[in-house]
Ligand binder design. Sequence first.
Ligand code: B12
Ligand code: SF4
Length: 463
Amino acid sequence: MNKKVLLINPSLPPSGWLAIEKLPPLGLAYLAAVLEKEGVEVKIFDNYLFGKKNDFVKGLLQEFDADIVGIYCSTATYISCLEIARIIKESNPDKIVVTGGPHSTLFPEQMLNSGFFDAVVLGEGEYIFRDFVKSHSRQDWRDIKGLMFKENGNIVSTGRAEFISNLDDLPMPARHLLPMDKYPTVVEFLDISPVYSLNTSRGCPFSCTFCSVKIIWGRSYRSFSPKRVVDEVQLLVEKYGAKGLYFREDNFTLDSRRVIEICRLIKQRGIKFQWVCESRVEHIKEDVLKEMSEAGCKAIWFGVESGSEETLQLVDKRITKADALAAFSLCKKYNIKTGASFILGLPREKIGDMYKTLIFADELDGYWTWFNYYLGIPGSSLYDMVVKEGLYDQIDANGIARIKTKDFDYKKAMQIRRQIMLIYYFLRPKRLLRLMLESFRAGTWQDYLIGALKILKIYKVFL
Ligand code: B12
Ligand code: SF4
């Protein structure tokens, strides 16, 4: 097929979000790999990484005259996504502009009503987008499940497509189209480089009320087979020279048989690298952890969320503090570093619950600890509750809710978060020192500094 497709990852517009981590957009790389297999010429431009002004797209289209432009859209990058699409339509009205990703899947009508998009792909995009690119005319779009577009001013939805039943059918993500040498390749926990990321599963059977992952990926868990995962590992180690890997996904450890099989294959093939993954605390069982440690696992990030049992129940996390303590202590036994991620300022929390989180974070004493503040993300059931009960004082242009309850508002929650971070880091100076050393090593110290200044509001003293 002699069509040309340009895929864009938009930059983060100025907002309350921090963009400390920059990883290759694997979703776009999967779309590109499937298209390349069909003979389509594809380019990916990752402006989340480069942060150029959005009119970069004009020059790009002069160099690469794509027939179709596909733009990733998350809630955080929605404004940039919209602007890029507007610039394309104003300068090249004949281009077909399509969007997909979490925000577009949540708000397809909003995207189409902007007037800048020809179609929206809902959810898992590889096969839907392939069929879209292969289609000969707009008439064919009605036959492609998973699409929304406008026809005579009316929005047409073809319904949600089936999820891909066997992920192993997908080709390896087209990392060769990404500027792999430009991404930060150092992660906290590992003192080696380069470290690359991969994503080996989709979907989550849990229903944490603050999370919107199920809208895209559904409740059923699908994963690449252990062999396919280890093939990708081997490719990253042998072709890209990876010394470390980061399994950056929601539920890497959900299926312990799969994890054990992956670890055994890594050992059998004698692949030498260190790795990090993310996990729910209750999935950490000794037999699995032992295999993980033997296969090179050095650290695990956990969503611990809160030090208040009431809050854990409120968000339907289905874990207890005891589960977290057990997981952290097992990790210690196997010399695996731990990361603990918490959320402060959830609706229905009392101020005392936030301090319970501080006390519990101190007790867990993860190698890394991160305190997020709650922002209501569209597509989550907690967001629906916040909106229904009017527990917000602002919903911004991206649809993000800043909450306000009878106990605190967003400003107060941020103030408490600042105090909590200060107490947590100054309580044990080793934590502060580690944060500083690691961010220097990772080259992210400027981001952390800006983040810290924002968090501590120190910048107000200078500006
Ligand atoms: C790894 C990861 C990151 C990485 C890489 C992000 C990236 N662009 O790939 C980094 C660290 C950079 C990151 C940053 C952020 N992330 Co993040 N991240 C993830 C995570 C865990 C996995 C992403 C992934 O690789 N998925 C696998 C690939 C295959 O899926 P995909 O990228 O979604 O792409 C598929 C479809 O969406 C669709 N598609 C995507 N784009 C397009 C474009 C077109 C044209 C088409 C047709 C289809 C299509 O087809 C793809 C293939 O099936 C997800 C959780 C999840 N389960 O997805 C959160 C997630 C995407 N992140 C989230 C958030 C909130 C953020 C940040 C705002 C965090 C922060 N405070 O900085 C930033 C925003 C970054 C951005 N560019 O928007 C939210 C987004 C929610 C929302 N409503 O937008 C998610 C869903 C997590 C959550 N719990 O809610 N993230
Ligand atoms: S937070 Fe993690 S475990 Fe909970 S629903 Fe979201 S992806 Fe699943």
